[in-house]
Design a protein. Structure first.
Length: 468
């Protein structure tokens, strides 16, 4: 009998109601996330598999579980729907996955204060549908809305497609309940605003399951928009597109959708008159009067930068297909190594970062395409979401091409003063670059990790390694 089996017996007797799975397909399904490099590793024969999956039904069970994990020094890995793309979930036989899927209810909606209380394992689509039925929205629409949970959004600091109007997940989370190692339940209540010391919910946001388990979340919500309008434009260059968005943000407009595709991505995504040019998608939503004025003001700025009006169809078509997902497993099977990498930078270096990453990336041996789009804009700067794909003869070669593409993109982003992750997080794929990104602050994060998780039981291997 393994150590884990003995410890699981103890868990069974102390929490008899807890669902514990130790065999069957569930173990393989919940052992890893969506990470492409992990897929290539599995194709190359390197398997990841956890020792057990547990499914708590409520906060009390999560608390008992983390008390047991601390006592027995058993590593536990929170799991939403496994759509993370950075390898934050990559388990081993001695680890236990905490599958949050039974804690999946919309608890309450406060129509007057515009808040929603929800359990962390609720799928994003179910949550938005439940809000829509009440005439509300959270305004958070990641491409993976059908594949991810609200708890996963908070644990990774996610961003949705309408972020320029509604903000990112950190702008939406008002309060939360978290269970920390040892089983203590911490409640950070929702407030319209507070000046009560550091905002501790931010400690857990983006912690990727390494500091605690979210067991309840309170989000800001909005009445559904009165009107939405979209328009597309072709642009003479990526620089002209970046300038358009910079000026729109500087003027104080916040259209929900601000997307700029380089010519390569525009060519494979849209059928428009000006082929071979970058394309902007713009969509405003909110009170009808605001939408009309915002669309006209943005139109004037884009046209002044050389933009040509391409009508509403490309935006409608994108709205219809925006959550379609390529069959990555099939592409890997056909000898393609691929991924997406999102970074962010100030407006003064955005266009330079865009061209340096794409121009250098395409030089990598076997690379077939290296392209990008901007999809989240701020007054100070924007993200770039790069996509690369290369032809390889084996999974091992796929890993080599993959690592070169990532090394190149991370290096150029740091050299130009950008941030290495806009919304997918760190996981395992970016861990080696985090010390450079955080500088001295890396020690603060390590100290917090040691204080909250002295036995290192929470998702070891993800985000940060802490020396004993
Ligand atoms: C096709 C595709 C498109 C995507 N598009 C977007 C996008 O538009 N925007 C975006 O931001 N991301 C996107 N992602 C990435 C992914 O969907 C997000 O990172 C998402 O937030 C992960 O949610 P999940 O529930 O699947 O979490 P998981 O992958 O299960 O877990 C992610 C991390 O969160 C931790 N975790 C999960 N639940 C909890 C909890 N209750 N408490 C503590 N820690 C927890 C896990 O331990 C892990 O470290 C995309 C992914 C795919 C595959």
């Amino acid at each position: 009998m393994s150590n884990l089996d003995k410890n699981l017996d103890r868990l069974r007797s102390s929490v008899p109601s807890l669902e514990i799975i130790t065999e069957g397909d569930t173990l393989a399904e919940k052992s890893h996330d969506w990470w492409v490099r992990g897929r290539l590793q599995r194709k190359a024969g390197q398997l990841t598999r956890c020792g057990a999956v547990v499914r708590p039904a409520d906060t009390a069970e999560v608390s008992a579980l983390l008390a047991w994990a601390q006592e027995t020094a058993t590593a536990v890995v929170p799991f939403g729907l496994g759509s993370g793309v950075c390898g934050a979930v990559q388990t081993t036989q001695d680890q236990v996955v905490i599958d949050m899927s039974r804690m999946n209810k919309l608890v309450s909606v406060n129509d007057k204060s515009l808040t929603a209380t929800v359990q962390p394992g609720m799928c994003g689509r179910d949550y938005e549908d439940a809000l829509a039925a009440k005439g509300m929205t959270m305004g958070h629409f990641p491409q993976s809305i059908d594949l991810s949970t609200v708890g996963g959004w908070c644990a990774t600091r996610a961003a949705g497609q309408l972020s320029t109007r509604y903000g990112n997940i950190e702008d939406m989370l008002l309060g939360c309940e978290v269970v920390i190692p040892g089983g203590k339940v911490i409640r950070i209540p929702e407030k319209a605003r507070a000046a009560t010391g550091p905002d501790l919910k931010h400690l857990f946001m983006g912690s990727e399951g390494t500091l605690g388990v979210f067991t309840e979340l309170v989000f800001r919500i909005h009445p559904a928009a009165q009107l939405a309008k979209g328009r597309a434009y072709s642009l003479p260059s990526v620089e002209a597109g970046c300038e358009s968005f910079r000026k729109i943000m500087r003027a104080g407009w916040t259209p929900a959708v601000t997307r700029l595709y380089d010519a390569q991505e525009a060519g494979r995504t849209f059928t428009i008159a000006s082929e071979g040019q970058p394309v902007i998608l713009l969509r405003s939503e909110g009170p009808a009067a605001l939408v009309e004025v915002e669309m006209q003001a943005c139109h004037d700025i884009i046209v002044a930068e050389g933009g040509q009006d391409q009508g509403e169809d490309p935006v409608d078509s994108w709205m219809g297909h925006r959550n379609s997902i390529p069959d990555v497993e099939d592409l890997i099977g056909k000898g393609i190594s691929l991924d997406t990498i999102e970074v962010a930078i100030g407006w003064d270096r955005l266009a330079e970062l865009f061209s340096k990453v794409c121009e250098g990336g395409i030089q990598i041996d076997g690379m077939l395409g290296f392209s990008g789009h901007v999809s989240h804009c701020y007054t100070q700067g924007a993200n770039i979401y790069f996509t690369f794909a290369g032809s390889v003869a084996s999974p091992e070669e796929g890993i080599t091409l993959y690592d070169r593409a990532w090394n190149h993109t991370m290096q150029v982003t740091h050299d130009l003063g950008g941030t290495i992750a806009h919304h997918h997080g760190i996981g395992r794929v970016r861990k080696q670059w985090l010390p450079k990104e955080l500088g001295e602050a890396q020690d603060v994060l390590a100290t917090l990790k040691r204080a909250l998780d002295p036995k290192g039981i929470m998702n070891p291997g993800a985000l940060i390694d802490v020396d004993d």
